[in-house]
Structures are given as C-alpha cells and as structure tokens.
Design a protein around this ligand. Structure first.
Ligand code: ZN
Length: 123
C-alpha cells in the first residue's frame, strides 16, 4: 500500500518532469524562432530605410502634385529643416553671442552683426 503510493508519486514526478522538459524545449524552440524572425525583421527595416532614403534623395526635387495635406516628401523635408535648425541652435549654444546693439544672435565666426552691422567686439 505505502510502496504503491510512493511509486505513484514518483511516477507523477517523473511524468511532470518530462512534461516540463518538453514544454521548455518547445519554449526555447519558439524563442529561437522569435529571435530568427526578429533578426530578419530588423534587417528588413534597415533595408527599407536604406531604400527609402535612396528613393528620397533621388526624387526629392521631382515635380509632384501636392494632394492636399502633407505627403511623405514634405514631411521628410520639414524634418530635415527642423534638424538643421536644431543642430545650428545646438552649435550656437556653446558660446553664443548676441549683438550689443540689436540683441540678435550672431554666429561665433562673424565680426559684425548680420542684422544691424554692429561690430562684435570680444567680451
Ligand atoms: Zn545687431
């Protein structure tokens, strides 16, 4: 009676262990597949990006009809301009100078204010 009971438990434990192992095997198989898929998706997105950039560069100056609202080309152009402005702003932040007469920001390599022409003396 007692032996039988423990035998059953042992069987159950072995069985459960086998199930867990199989489940884990299945899981790692799926994880592996997910990884394979993700790797290819990432690579695909990179290729899409390269293609899109190349296409943009080749066609940015094409004549095209604006179909009301923004098209992707306009959005890219706007973003590039915003980036230019932001980069310029960042570059100017360091040691930014302002005209003593009109207060406009003057680039570091300028000796005169671009707006009013005041001489930019070192401070
Ligand atoms: Zn000025």
């Amino acid at each position: 009676m007692e032996n039988n009971f423990f035998d059953k438990i042992q069987d159950a434990v072995i069985f459960a262990g086998r199930e867990v192992k199989e489940a884990a095997g299945d899981l790692s198989e799926r994880a592996k597949l997910r990884y394979e898929i993700r790797t290819r998706e990432g690579y695909l997105n990179e290729l899409y990006m390269e293609l899109g950039k190349k296409y943009y560069m080749e066609h940015k100056d094409d004549e095209r009809e604006e179909e009301g609202g923004l098209n992707s080309f306009t959005e890219v152009k706007n973003l590039l301009e915003e980036l230019d402005d932001l980069r310029a702003e960042l570059a100017n932040k360091k040691g930014a100078r302002h005209c003593p007469r009109c207060g406009v920001q003057v680039s570091q390599d300028s000796d005169y204010c671009g707006k009013c022409g005041a001489f930019m003396h070192e401070e």
